[in-house]
Design a protein around this ligand. Structure first.
Ligand SMILES: NC(=O)c1ccc[n+]([C@@H]2O[C@H](COP(=O)([O-])OP(=O)(O)OC[C@H]3O[C@@H](n4cnc5c(N)ncnc54)[C@H](OP(=O)(O)O)[C@@H]3O)[C@@H](O)[C@H]2O)c1
Length: 288
């Protein structure tokens, strides 16, 4: 296959490009030019699949009004523009895999859980994800198969949330966040390219697909498993008010909220997870 990947220098983009290249596919990496995604049609010409991951980093800084505008425009406007480019082509790609996030589900108190069937969120991430997913409607109307990959918390020692936690946990200074009851629906980075390949090879799959492992954990459980994998204590909880002071709205939505998200559509379409539970995922990561 010929596959174009946007946001190719990012955590998921790098992993996807490496995986697909190793499997003999031709990968075109599409990155920014002067701060904006390069939407030159030549990059997307004659591609079988486009994997669209570009967007300003959600957790890079506090969500000022200005940064929220960038988070929004770098996803919603960029995706709209990309779809215009794709639908104007003589031979558009058969499939567009577009990043989204489980932030679309907002906060759900356990033991309730959610699959792709129901969205009940609120808050900034919810609105962002809803508009982001709607921004592909042009491509869908033109008959391109569009899949919205609703990523959970992507776990890798090399970047993203886990890499930020590791220094603190390695010093034995880790702990639960708030009461630790909020659910963390996660996915190992190494799982993602294989799940993307499964989606590409499953023509019946379109629309929202949760990219999460089958077994979400509470934040308290995550803390316990991570500390055990690192053989360190983790008894220093971070109180919720401190999170709100330190990280504002971002802390509330990313750290103090969560949902038990089920990968119903991946599982029902026959995808077999390589890293179904957190112990396996973390021990694999740290044994490398
Ligand atoms: N990692 C997670 O836990 C997670 C969870 C849920 C959803 N997601 C979503 O999945 C997508 C990929 O995630 P990731 O972790 O790989 O993100 P990432 O590491 O932040 O990479 C995103 C890439 O997007 C490009 N980019 C950065 N700022 C941009 C801007 N202002 N406009 C357009 N492009 C920009 C950059 O690639 P170039 O330098 O190549 O242009 C960057 O490397 C993101 O949209 C993210 O929101 C990630």
């Amino acid at each position: 296959m010929r596959i174009a990947i946007t946001g190719a220098s990012g955590l998921i983009g790098k992993a996807a490009a490496t995986y697909f290249q190793a499997r003999g596919h031709a990968v075109t990496r599409v990155s920014r030019q002067r701060g904006r995604l390069d939407l030159d049609p030549v990059s997307f010409q004659d591609q079988d699949a486009v994997i669209h991951l570009a967007g300003a980093n959600i957790a890079a800084q506090r969500w000022s009004d200005r940064y929220k505008k960038l988070l929004y425009s770098s996803r919603v406007e960029t995706t709209t523009q990309l779809c215009k480019v794709l639908t104007n082509m003589n031979t558009p790609p058969q499939i567009l895999l577009c990043a989204s996030a489980i932030g679309i589900y907002g906060h759900i108190e356990p033991p309730a859980y959610v699959d792709e069937g129901l969205i009940m969120g609120d808050g900034f991430l919810y609105k962002l994800c809803v508009d982001w997913e709607h921004s592909t409607h042009l491509a869908e109307e033109m008959g391109i198969r569009v899949v919205h990959m609703r990523f959970g918390i992507v776990l890798s020692p090399d970047g993203g949330a886990l890499a930020k936690m590791l220094p603190v946990f390695k010093l034995g200074l880790g702990g639960r966040v708030g009461l630790g009851k909020q659910m963390m629906s996660w996915i190992a980075l190494d799982e993602i390219p294989a799940a993307m390949e499964h989606v590409i090879n499953t023509p019946d799959l379109s629309g929202a697909v949760n990219f999460v492992a089958p077994k979400a954990v509470s934040n308290a459980e995550f803390t316990r498993v991570l500390a055990k994998a690192l053989r360190r204590p983790a008894f220093l909880p971070v109180p919720a008010p401190a999170i709100k002071v330190l990280f504002g709205e971002m802390g509330k939505e990313l750290l103090l909220s969560g949902a038990n998200v089920i990968p119903k559509r991946l599982s029902e379409s026959g995808y077999v997870f390589r890293y179904p539970d957190l112990e396996t995922a973390l021990s694999q990561m740290f044994s490398r």
